[in-house]
Design a protein around this ligand. Structure first.
Ligand SMILES: [Zn+2]
Length: 418
């Protein structure tokens, strides 16, 4: 019976993967629309044939991995539950330790380790492909080191969350979702606050901009936008990647605008100033705070739905999952499965909001710098260096893209010119 269920979900996953493959590689139309051919938004005007083909294939592979990896995680959680592995892990923890918190910690450690080991080959394949296409420039040891850091950081965070969560579920089976959400608020803000100074430096080196002439220009721009100067940082990424990036991170006194050194090395000063103006727009319009607020609303709905869904699943299919009560730690894979499905289902909404903010930031930057040529050439270089698809398939736009497509962004800068 259980074996039959595992085979069924495995079969469903394979059918899904095949459908996604056909859609991405043979179905979706990613050609440049007729009206845009030959314009600055047409990649054939700024990339050679070889690069064009590379970027198409690389994007397709990346998109495929994107659509496969989350459902693969769902498959993992379902198999861990149905096979009885989760129950076995819990039992082993109970036999080995007396304290409930230690039993839970041991369970979380082994589940995280298993997840890490199962998904390591997948991320290794991604890394090798990225190397082959010249995006990643990271040596294996450095890549592995990042993986280990990520494992321990994730484990630490998960432990804190799970210990509190299961304590709340036990204390208040009916209202745990509300109390968890209330705790989420300070926790989220705390994590956002320490992110730039504690977590990010575990992976890369951050320092104030080295180029003092450019720094002066950026400070002028920042003064126009009323941004405190110490918020611009450079991060050493060229040992890891060839792609370009810049972002705003953190909250309160730790908030900062970060530029990858690859961006500084590949773009002209006026292009960097456009990118900076874009990042400043996020800062000025408080997009991070709006993001946190939106995220907390989603969390409230999500936790409430998780409560309803978990209780229902245990009532109706408890035997299949080896579950009797939500308060047992062996229900954790079900919790992770449901929250992951809900997050994926919410991603079209979160991406949409993000795209609105990104469009606003582009508009702000165009108005502030009044240099659409620099905007266009920086978008072109971003696409070229990152091998990004100018016109991705519809499902990718909906589920994956937090930014408007490069086609749309260049078109917008063109309109600004007129
Ligand atoms: Zn942005």
């Amino acid at each position: 019976m259980r074996r039959k269920w595992i085979l069924i979900i495995l079969g469903l996953f394979l059918i899904y993967a095949l459908a996604i493959y056909v859609y991405l590689f043979h179905g979706a139309n990613t050609a440049i629309p007729e009206s845009m051919r030959g314009t600055n938004a047409d990649p054939s005007t700024f990339m050679n044939k070889e690069l064009l083909e590379k970027s198409e294939t690389y994007s397709k592979i990346r998109n495929f991995f994107f659509f496969i990896s989350t459902p693969l995680e769902w498959l993992f959680y379902a198999v861990v539950l149905i096979s009885g592995l989760s129950k076995g892990l819990e039992k082993w923890g109970k036999q080995s330790w007396k304290r409930r918190s230690v039993q839970i910690s041991a369970y979380v450690f082994w589940l995280s380790l298993l997840l890490f080991i199962v998904f390591l080959p997948l991320s290794y394949i991604r890394y090798k492909i990225s190397l082959a296409y010249g995006i990643s420039s990271q040596v294996f040891s450095s890549w592995m080191k990042d993986n280990f850091i990520e494992f321990w950081v994730d484990l630490g965070m998960t432990l804190i969350v799970v210990l509190v969560l299961y304590w709340l579920i036990r204390k208040s089976p009916a209202r745990w979702w509300l109390y968890s959400w209330l705790l989420c608020i300070p926790f989220t803000i705390f994590v956002m606050f320490i992110q730039p100074v504690v977590i990010d430096p575990l992976y890369n080196d951050f320092y104030p901009l080295k180029d003092k002439v450019l720094e002066e220009q950026i400070l002028d721009l920042a003064a126009k936008a009323n941004i405190p100067a110490e918020h611009v940082y450079e991060v050493n990424m060229s040992e890891k990647t060839n792609s370009l990036n810049a972002y705003v991170t953190g909250v309160g006194s730790n908030s900062r605008i970060v530029l990858w050194d690859t961006t500084l090395n590949s773009l002209e000063d006026d292009e960097i100033l456009f990118i900076m103006a874009h990042e400043m727009a996020h800062y000025v319009e408080k997009h991070i705070y709006l993001g946190i607020a939106g995220y907390l609303v989603l969390m409230l709905v999500g936790l409430w739905l998780t409560d309803k869904w978990m209780k229902r699943a245990i009532r109706n299919r408890g035997e299949l999952y080896h579950l009797e009560s939500m308060s047992d730690i062996r229900s954790l894979p079900l919790f992770l499965l449901i929250t992951s499905i809900l997050l994926f289902a919410a991603s079209p909404v979160t991406n949409y909001v993000s795209r609105v903010q990104e469009t606003r930031a582009d508009t702000y930057a165009l108005n502030m710098t009044d240099n659409p040529e620099a905007a266009i050439s920086s978008f072109q270089k971003l696409s070229e260096k990152g091998l990004s698809q100018m016109n991705p398939p519809l499902l990718i736009k909906i589920f994956r893209n937090s930014h408007p497509t490069m086609l749309e962004r260049i078109e917008m800068a063109e309109k600004y010119k007129k």
